[in-house]
Design a protein around this ligand. Structure first.
Ligand code: ZN
Length: 334
């Protein structure tokens, strides 16, 4: 017994020491953070490196869109080909409107979300623009379209709708990279409310609802804090959906910037991003964490090249007017 104890301790110490050695060796091995533009597609880079290719994950796929079913219901599965058809229409329509195509495949994932409320309206409920759009993919817990009275999800082929809001986020992200939250939400709401891609597409009324607030804000009947409180999702001072809608609403109403004019702003921002290489790109990533400084070119969607001041500058160039008043009114710093 007396001999076994010191031997056990010795073995334990040896094990501990060899463990430490292993760790030391791991620390010494140099760490290379994922880098866009080095012709390698490292872990997680598909989220933000345009030079990482994406491939189809299911058979409902072409070179533009891939509809993926993740634990979706039997009913949802049957409706996916119709959703695919519709989303291809939206894709072509937005390509025309934005003036560019997303350079990679867009994943559109449908899952069965058990927590939805049933439709309580006799005439049915048109649901779209929910879920998430994360740079290159849309995730929704339902099929966009018309839920009939008492239904929790779309159940019939004829009721499958069109998803414009989330697709707009994908176009913004792919064409402009990281942009201010108010801008991506504003243009998504503008697009789903103003851009008609198909006769069966139901335009959203959100934009006009928010637009009515603009007049009141301008006449100081309400404050910005009252109509656009803190945004918990984006952690911004004011609600991004509302600020963005008020911005594009004011461009339309106050500055006569119609659909064509807004398309020109989008296209000029896209062109700016495309041309922002070398010094322009180096400057844009200066204020970012070291990890991001390894990005070698503007194929990295994380670098925010399109800032508030670039949006102001490009919008002013297209409209031909100084927009300082509007930026100040909406408290968008530039
Ligand atoms: Zn959105």
């Amino acid at each position: 017994m007396e001999k076994i104890f010191p031997i056990t301790v010795l073995i334990l110490l040896l094990l501990l020491f060899s463990g430490c050695m292993g760790n030391d060796q791991r620390i010494k091995k140099q760490y290379y953070p994922p880098t866009c533009g080095n012709d390698l597609c490292e872990d997680d880079e598909e989220y933000y490196c345009l030079d990482c290719n994406l491939s189809c994950k299911s058979e409902i796929c072409n070179s533009k869109i891939n509809i993926i079913c993740e634990n979706c219901t039997k009913n949802q599965k049957e409706l996916l080909p119709t959703l695919f058809e519709h989303q291809n229409i939206i894709y072509s329509c937005l390509s025309y409107y934005y003036g560019y195509n997303p350079p990679r495949l867009v994943y559109h994932i449908i899952t069965s979300n058990q927590g939805l409320n049933s439709c309580a309206k006799e005439e049915g409920c048109y649901i779209s623009g929910g879920g998430f759009a994360e740079r290159y993919q849309i995730k929704q817990g339902f099929i966009p379209g018309l839920r009939e009275y008492g239904e929790y999800d779309v159940t019939k082929k004829k009721n499958v709708g069109f998803e414009v809001h989330e697709m707009s986020h994908i176009f913004t992200s792919y064409g402009l990279g990281e942009v201010p939250a108010w801008f991506t939400e504003g243009i998504a709401i503008y697009t789903e409310s103003r851009i008609s891609c198909h006769k069966d597409q139901v335009l959203s009324g959100k934009f006009d609802e928010f637009l009515n607030l603009y007049e009141k804000l301008k006449n100081s009947e309400v404050s910005l804090n009252e109509i656009a409180p803190f945004d918990e999702y984006y952690n911004t001072k004011h609600n991004s959906h509302i600020i963005g809608s008020l911005y594009f609403g004011a461009l339309e109403r106050e500055y006569g910037c119609n659909k064509e004019c807004i398309a020109k702003i989008l296209s000029s921002l896209h062109q700016y991003r495309e041309e922002c290489t070398s010094i322009c790109f180096q400057n844009a990533k200066m204020n970012f964490p070291e990890l991001i400084n390894f990005s070698m070119n503007n194929n990295d969607l994380r670098i925010p090249l399109i800032t508030n001041s670039i949006i102001k500058q490009k919008s002013e160039q297209i409209i031909g007017e100084d927009l300082s008043y509007l930026f100040n009114l909406l408290e968008i710093t530039y």
